[in-house]
Design a protein around this ligand. Structure first.
Ligand code: SAM
Ligand code: SF4
Length: 325
């Protein structure tokens, strides 16, 4: 079992397989970064897999592949197969913007993937294009339909932004309910890479929009999930709210993050990281395990989005496209 310096069990590893992306979401990567990590610095799937094995052997039971856009990385299905075959019963999932999903869905399913989280911020083509920086919606819809058709379980992530898509919360919920997909509304997390003019909706504002039409019942957090669940009393539909600005958000944090170049990151908010690249390139299992132990020991107690006044705190410099969200 992996335990961090605050006594929390860590059993969830998120791997960002590339920081590159085919979208330019305003809250994540509005501009192409000045320079990408050079391709030669990316860890190969074999190198990443060495760390995956260390993590699983230590107690990780859940792995999510993310990015940047993970479907931009060639042969992702091979990597999924490698992980899937290593440990039966592992909870293996993927987060994608779905632009390339229609072509990939069957291969991902065949490789052993069961679950997908898909980002969908608008049902209107012009709004989706404004958020993502290009015309994306028809391909995203195609990707969602195909994923459902091949039998993948899909959850939808939406980041509500004031004056942009805040009028679509109920519509996105209805779209998801009609397709038997859970939606999770994610509070916009301020960071230095995002468009600084953006204003996210606070969790209570998101709930207020839902309450304009429905009565909701709070169900609570599902284990260590960051999502606080609610049920619509009129329909029985359940949705989630990911609210990192709330003071108790980090209490049960169970995750660490690995970037494509091998930085192991203990918290999404902070800059701190330690590299496993040298260890995995040498095939040094003990070295990788030692880095993991140190990162767990140093894992911060909580993020700083939860502090009251944004003006008084330093903005997070961590890029979501690097950590994988
Ligand atoms: N490209 C894939 C996608 O968009 O689904 C995977 C990577 S993306 C960084 C993972 C998740 O982080 C997405 O659901 C995205 O909406 C979310 N995200 C990115 N930047 C965010 C921010 N500033 N605040 C809240 N969520 C953010
Ligand atoms: Fe790309 Fe996902 Fe970031 Fe949007 S949120 S820019 S799709 S990595």
């Amino acid at each position: 079992m992996l335990i961090d310096g605050h006594g929390r069990e860590v059993n969830y590893l998120r791997i960002s397989v590339t920081e590159r992306c085919n979208f330019r979401c305003q809250y994540c990567m509005p501009e192409k970064p000045f320079s990408w990590v050079p391709k030669e610095n990316l860890l190969s799937f074999e190198e990443l897999f060495l760390f995956v094995k260390v993590a699983i052997d230590g107690g990780v039971t859940k792995i999510r592949l993310t990015g940047g856009e993970p479907l931009l990385r060639e042969d992702l299905d091979t990597f999924i197969k490698m992980i899937n075959e290593y440990k039966e019963g592992l909870d293996l999932a993927l987060t994608t913007n779905a632009f390339l999903l229609a072509d990939a869905a069957q291969r991902l399913k065949d490789a052993g993937l069961k679950r997908l989280n898909i980002s969908l911020d608008s049902l209107k083509a012009d709004v989706a294009a404004k958020i993502a920086g290009k015309d994306v919606l028809s391909k995203v819809f195609e990707g969602i339909d195909k994923a459902l058709e091949v039998g993948l379980k899909v959850k939808i992530n939406m980041v509500p932004l004031k004056g942009i898509n805040d009028d679509e919360i109920l519509d996105i919920m209805a779209y998801c309910e009609a397709r038997d997909m859970k939606v999770r509304f994610i509070e916009y997390m301020e960071n230095a890479h995002a468009d600084q003019a953006l204003k996210g909706m606070h969790g209570r504002e998101i709930l207020a929009k839902v309450k304009e039409k429905y009565t909701i019942k709070a169900l609570g957090r599902e284990g260590a999930s960051p999502s606080f669940n609610y049920r619509i009393e009129e329909t029985g539909y359940e949705f989630g709210l990911i609210d990192p600005h709330k003071h108790d958000f980090c209490e049960n944090c169970n995750r660490i993050r690995l970037t494509a170049e091998g930085n192991l990151i203990p918290c999404l908010y902070f800059d701190e990281a330690m590299s496993i690249a040298e260890s995995v390139k040498k095939g040094d299992i003990q070295g990788a395990a030692d880095v993991l132990a140190q990162v767990l020991k140093d894992k911060p107690k909580e993020n700083r989005w939860s502090e009251e006044e944004l003006e008084d705190r330093e903005i997070s410099k961590r890029a979501f496209y690097e950590t994988g969200g």
